[in-house]
Design a protein around this ligand. Structure first.
Ligand SMILES: NC(=O)c1ccc[n+]([C@@H]2O[C@H](COP(=O)([O-])OP(=O)(O)OC[C@H]3O[C@@H](n4cnc5c(N)ncnc54)[C@H](OP(=O)(O)O)[C@@H]3O)[C@@H](O)[C@H]2O)c1
Length: 321
């Protein structure tokens, strides 16, 4: 009987080894086919799409312009500095390795903190290519300061650029998207739209508001076939901290260590392109630690608040010393 069971075991071994191999090959094949179809779909989605990018003069917006251009998008580049937009347009026109058909971008300058300017800019944006397929709300400013020292005017300035500006631009472009039953609204929020860290109150508040608004929008415009993607990156190596405003409204002007050690904006732009191409709804682009912090805030808020209070104490001490 021991011989019989040995034979039985050998037969089972043979069956499983024979069956597992084709099963594995099948799974890899299906996965590769899925990825190939996804890539083809993404390519078709981005080629010839009219893409508006705010904050294209610097950092992540500038890098997004490069990857969307290379993917064959018809770009409308926005910012306040026309010269910087024109320089970027010249850079994009330089010969490159892209196989996609490319188009000369338009530049539209306006201040997102000025509601009147947004209305005029919307008409100009719509005139460029006749419609908008994808709006990338990327422009933003950061803030550094203690709540007790910060004037409400500073809170409002951050809110105007990071929240009311993108909201107004999105609302102005939505009717034409709804009419065409086609459109995609993308917003570059931040990990600080999901968790608040000390001495960033105005910035974190503006990004939390952004997350909330665009989550509502996603639900409301689903019936019109309009997509909404909220992207929450961790630190990126850009001029964001240099351009940040402080408690009295003056420019911070320094490159923070956290920002200096942040991800390369060109890499983040590739992830943004991929998230848009795949029509993802909510994406966190960050290292493990900030990613875990988002879950800690929900699952163990007491622990999270304790850690933030200790971070505030440490930062205050290092500033005082
Ligand atoms: N860097 C990071 O660590 C990080 C992390 C998470 C999220 N983000 C987000 O990523 C986005 C891009 O920031 P970045 O890091 O690339 O910073 P950046 O290099 O300072 O670029 C900010 C862009 O926003 C534009 N902008 C600022 N205020 C504006 C206004 N009132 N009207 C119109 N445009 C305005 C600027 O254009 P002009 O000054 O030329 O007008 C510039 O192109 C922001 O929304 C930011 O919150 C950044």
């Amino acid at each position: 009987s021991s011989r019989r069971s040995l034979l039985k075991a050998k037969a089972m071994d043979l069956i499983t080894s024979v069956a597992i191999l084709p099963l594995l090959v099948g799974c890899v094949g299906i996965f590769s086919l899925f990825k190939l179809l996804q890539r083809m779909h993404m390519k078709a989605y981005l080629q010839d799409a009219v893409v508006v990018i705010t904050g294209a003069t610097s950092g992540l917006g500038r890098e997004c312009a490069k990857v969307f251009y290379a993917a064959g998008a018809k770009l409308v580049l926005c910012g306040r500095n026309r010269e910087a937009l024109e320089e970027l347009t010249r850079e994009l026109a330089a010969p490159s390795a892209t196989k996609a058909q490319t188009y000369k971008p338009y530049a539209v300058t306006f201040d997102l903190a000025d509601p009147g300017a947004i209305v005029a800019a919307t008409a100009e944006i719509l005139q460029c290519f006749g419609h908008v397929d994808i709006l990338v709300n990327n422009a933003g400013i950061s803030y550094r300061g203690t709540i007790t020292d910060t004037t409400v005017d500073v809170d409002k300035r951050v809110m105007e650029t990071n929240y009311f500006g993108p909201v107004a631009l999105t609302k102005a472009l939505l009717p034409s998207m709804i009419e065409r039953r086609q459109g995609h609204v993308v917003v570059i929020s931040s990990i600080q739209g999901k968790i608040s860290i000390p001495f960033r109150s105005a910035y974190a508040a503006s990004k939390h508001a952004t997350q909330a608004f665009f989550d509502c929008l996603r639900a409301e415009v689903e019936q019109h076939e309009i997509e909404v993607t909220v992207i929450s990156p961790g630190y990126i190596h850009t001029n964001l901290s240099r351009n940040a405003i402080t408690a009295d409204g003056s420019r911070y002007g320094a490159m923070d260590e956290t920002t200096a050690q942040g991800r390369n904006p060109a890499d983040v732009a590739k992830d943004v392109l991929s998230a848009v191409g795949k029509k993802k709804k909510d994406v966190i682009l960050a290292d493990l630690l900030p990613f875990l912090a988002v879950y800690l805030r929900t699952l163990a808020p007491g622990l999270f608040f304790g850690l933030m209070a200790s971070r505030a104490r440490k930062e205050r001490k290092s500033k005082d010393s």
